[in-house]
Design a protein around this ligand. Structure first.
Ligand code: PFF
Length: 472
């Protein structure tokens, strides 16, 4: 007997859950860092164009695949391809990718949790010292934090789609919006905040090159949780009377607004800390920003609001990032759970235990690849440099396979499942879609230039990451 498929209870519930997936470390940290280094307003503009012109149609395609098939990604590709063997491959990729991205994202989230605990227990001054980060990520405490984090995430997942995922999103997302706004208002009142705003918002097109364009595209794609099977899975929990185009737009707008607002938080803080700073010299990575640079900035606030005040601001920020990361992790781990339930008829709880067990082991392998264990620290040589196990997971699944999955979604929807079926699915629950400009644009772009762009990004990443050459 097949169990009745779980569904989100309301359209708002779906939008908040999908936005909970989309709003993550990518928005709160990676986006502001990328914008800072790549021409401020110029980057914002290119990013927004990519979100709405390229990523939004891909999101609609993923949601439509899920809702039509009522299945996890493996089942969706199987059913809608009439059981073609070749088209099983993207289904499996859309399962392996979230599984492995979850592993490295879990590790980064563990560090955020650790930083939150350190801040709350009065150690902000320690966090701001240069070697703290590398020492911290090599302490045994991180394993305890990993267990705690996995317990919270899996407890939410165990409650199911409506009572777990949707309820958590409905509680946590509004809280996240309020905290983010509160922090922004505070930061904008600081001295020299306007210098940061100017740097963030005034476009500097001289910084825009092929590299910046490809970075904006990759960031937009990751930020909307595309190519990870998440939107296919969440699509399968959507009600037929809800509009896919309308809900996708709401998710994309929310995600972009949060990313934009996070920039209003980070840049003014940096300029308050040092008005003479040249932000293009900041570290390229989000990890460098969250764990090494921001603690110094927060500590510097003590001159104005005291150590306790500075610690409270830092703790609010780390909590914010933690909440965003938890709602993202919930969505990504739901993908393999849905697959085990749909494909193997496994009970939700049993699927959770199995997945959590494997992910725990892999997350430990990632966590110890920063010096604790030599084998995982110097795991492979790629393009002439040593890469850790953590790096390898990130390079293969995040950098390389993500755009490939996006490319396969576009080709599948338009050429295998067929444009007419896809279009019909988008019209269900959306009376205004038929005949609209959006309909024409989505159908045309997904069969032409969007897959082409994703193909170019894929080829360029393979050339760069595996062979050390870039075309762009
Ligand atoms: N949209 C998420 C972000 O911007 O951080 C991407 C993501 C990463 C989703 C990891 C889920 C996840 F587990």
């Amino acid at each position: 007997m097949t169990a009745v498929r779980e569904h989100f209870g309301s359209r708002l519930g779906f939008i908040l859950a999908a936005a909970g997936s989309a709003v993550g470390i990518g928005n709160l940290v990676a986006f502001p860092v990328a914008a800072t280094k790549s021409g401020g307003g110029a980057f914002l503009l290119i990013y927004a164009l990519f979100v709405f012109l390229i990523c939004l149609p891909v999101m609609m395609a993923e949601l439509a695949l899920g809702r039509r098939s009522d299945k996890d990604p493996v089942g969706a590709y199987r059913e809608l391809s009439n059981r073609s063997h070749l088209w099983r491959i993207p289904g499996w990729l859309a399962l392996a990718t979230p599984f492995m991205i979850a592993v490295f994202y879990l590790v980064v989230t563990v560090w955020v949790l650790g930083y939150l605990i350190e801040t709350v227990t009065g150690n902000l001054d320690k966090l701001a010292t240069p070697d703290f980060f590398i020492q911290f990520i090599n302490t045994p405490q991180i394993f305890i934090y990993l267990v705690a984090l996995m317990l919270v995430i899996n407890a939410i997942l165990a409650m199911g789609v409506k009572d777990g995922i949707e309820r958590a999103a409905k509680t946590l997302m509004p809280m996240l919006f309020v905290m983010l706004l509160g922090l922004v208002i505070f930061v904008l009142s600081l001295e020299n905040a306007s210098l940061g705003l100017k740097y963030y918002l005034v476009p500097d097109f001289s910084k825009v090159d092929g590299n910046v364009i490809s970075k904006a595209m990759a960031q937009a794609f990751f930020s909307l949780s595309l190519g990870m099977g998440i939107m296919i899975t969440y699509g399968s929990y959507m009600k037929r009377q809800d509009s896919i185009p309308g809900s996708s737009r709401a998710v994309a707008i929310t995600d972009t607004l949060v990313a934009f607002t996070a920039g209003l938080l980070i840049l003014p803080s940096i300029f308050h800390f040092n008005p003479q700073i040249d932000p293009s010299e900041l570290s390229e990575s989000s990890a460098g920003m969250i764990f090494q640079f921001l603690p110094k900035i927060f500590l510097a606030l003590q001159d104005g609001i005291g150590y306790v005040g500075a610690s409270a601001v830092a703790a609010t920020f780390f909590f914010l990032v933690l909440v965003a990361a938890i709602t993202s992790l919930v969505s990504i781990i739901e993908v393999p759970i849905a697959t085990l339930r749909d494909e193997r008829r496994m009970e939700r709880k049993k699927a959770i235990y199995l997945i959590a067990g494997v992910q725990f082991v892999l997350a430990i392998a990632c966590a110890v690849s920063f010096g604790m264990v030599n084998w995982t620290t110097d795991f492979v040589q790629l393009a002439g440099t040593n890469k850790s196990f953590f790096d390898l997971v990130e390079i293969i699944f995040y950098d390389t396979i993500l755009p490939l999955n996006g490319l396969l979604v576009c080709l599948f929807v338009i050429y295998k499942w067929k444009k007419a079926n896809f279009d019909k699915e988008l019209q269900e629950g959306d009376e205004n879609f038929a005949g609209s400009f959006s309909q024409k644009y989505v159908n045309f772009s997904l069969g032409t230039f969007i897959p082409l762009i994703l193909l170019l990004i894929f080829i360029n990443t393979v050339a760069l990451k595996f062979f050390g050459h870039s075309f762009i």
